[in-house]
Design a protein. Structure first.
Lengths: 234, 234
DNA sequence: ACCGATTTGTTCTCACGTTCACAAACTCTT
DNA sequence: AAGAGTTTGTGAACGTGAGAACAAATCGGT
């Protein structure tokens, strides 16, 4: 057993594993909610929609938290994963751009219950200032710096149009935000040490469309031909 | 040059490449909008935020659409990628679950400009029926079958609570939908031949939190300890 | 206290994805 | 028309990830 201690800072968890840990956490929570106290890697893998060997390997990066012949204690493993991810306490988050999507995000209760707390909603449009969304007031974008410093915010969410996204990101980085979740369809450029993840609905749909077309072309030859569709920075 | 014809059905494009083609398409559209007619792999790679060798290899799976010593014709390449993805014509899409998120999605104009047309909004809540969102009326969930058949819909979007997601997916599959974009935080089980992609805000934030914690622990030892946060099927 | 059943943790192998590096192919200038 | 300069397309090396398989460890029954 190489099993590094979970407090060993040299231990490195593969990125693919990191991306699955939240899925396991959610699956464990679902199991716990149905009263299940113990589960095998097979059970958990099924609930999480992955292969059980992959699950066991993923968990082995965290340490040795199971019992051979028995399985995993649901609550214990849940706590270990939550600690590993860093959601045993809440992370303060700011959302910038309170339009269609920003409103939905602000109203999303799953935020709070999964380790995040929306401390501020910011928008450049003065006519939105003062509006209360889900108990939080919309404030002018200028106040970003004060808010970030007051609440020690490390994570920012961008829900502005693509044209404003880079500017907003630059401001966030200048102020000290080091993790950004970007919903705008634009490539952000940020300095070393700042993490950016993007959520892009159109890309997801286009990936589905590609496979859909392939399924269709299994029978028929090729798709009809027409003008190129891509609305740019819409 | 192995360069299979783009109509060769045996040609297979790696999944990782498929996921990047929409990014290239978007970058090309942005370049075209600024009046650029030709670009090198270096230019396009920068605009798309990837390595130029990776870009060239990705494009080589589609065929040989560049000119050595010159680069790529922006409009021509854009068309070829759009054709490959299958967005030279619009795909009809239905959205199920017109709550916070469903409203935002329905109002999202980027849908239409990137190859998708929302043909129906469906919700189980009768009090929503008849409401017009972005020019489309919300209809009862029962009408799914008729709509899917009338418009030959292959792609469905799920924006219901997690507790309803599997049921909705089952209904979609039964009716003939073969691609699903799922915004609910739940693992969907679907038969062979049906593609599911998920968009999960909480997972993205938790991945950011993991890295954020690691950055912080570079200086300090370990994070404080508190109750586990994960609100289940919220 | 032992034995068979069970399930984890890990090793090994293969597949996939990324990046480097360069020959081939093209343009432009003289 | 030839040579210098560019840039593509791709072979090869490398790294990461997935999954099969199994030894080690634990449990329950006798
Ligand atoms: N609505 C969706 O479902 C959806 C889906 C996928 C992606 N997106 C993307 O998310 C982003 C937001 O979409 P939306 O539909 O909410 O747009 P929206 O136009 O409704 O809202 C954008 C908001 O950002 C604010 N804003 C603009 N510039 C700003 C700046 N510099 N600083 C601060 N705030 C600024 C605007 O005042 C507005 O309130 C867009 O980039 C869009 O492409 C939206
Ligand atoms: N709001 C967000 O920003 C956000 C972000 C990430 C994920 N999500 C997820 O997206 C989903 C929707 O979120 P929301 O905030 O819009 O929730 P919501 O409660 O506002 O809306 C859900 C809608 O689904 C409808 N619905 C319920 N059961 C249905 C059924 N069986 N068939 C058809 N319609 C049904 C409800 O009537 C309601 O209108 C949730 O699973 C949520 O976890 C939301």
């Amino acid at each position: 057993m190489t099993a590094r201690s979970s407090t060993d800072p040299a231990r490195v968890i593969p990125e693919a594993t990191v991306a699955r840990l939240p899925v396991y956490l959610r699956a464990l929570t679902a199991l716990a909610d149905t009263g299940i106290r113990t589960c095998s890697s097979e059970d958990l893998a099924t609930a999480a929609g992955v292969n059980s060997a992959k699950l066991r390997k993923d968990l082995s990066y965290l340490g040795s938290y199971g019992t051979r012949g028995v399985g995993y204690d649901v609550d214990y493993l849940r706590y270990q994963i939550a600690r590993e991810i860093g959601v045993t306490q809440d992370w303060p988050v700011v959302i910038v751009g309170i339009g269609n999507l920003g409103h939905a995000l602000a109203n999303y209760s799953g935020f709070r219950s999964r380790g995040f707390r929306v401390v501020a909603l910011l928008d450049a449009d003065p006519s939105l200032s003062g509006e209360i969304v889900a108990g939080v007031a919309v404030r002018p974008f200028d106040e970003l710096e004060a808010i970030v410093h007051d609440h020690d915010v490390a994570i920012g969410v961008i829900a502005t149009p693509a044209s404003a996204a880079q500017d907003v990101a630059d401001r966030m980085v200048a102020i000290g935000i080091t993790s950004i979740l970007n919903f705008a369809p634009s490539v952000l450029s940020v300095p070393e040490g700042v993490d950016v993840r993007k959520v892009d609905l159109s890309i997801e749909l286009q990936i589905l469309a590609y496979h859909e077309q392939r399924k269709a072309n299994g029978a028929e030859a090729a798709a009809p031909v027409a003008p190129v569709a891509d609305g740019g920075a819409a």
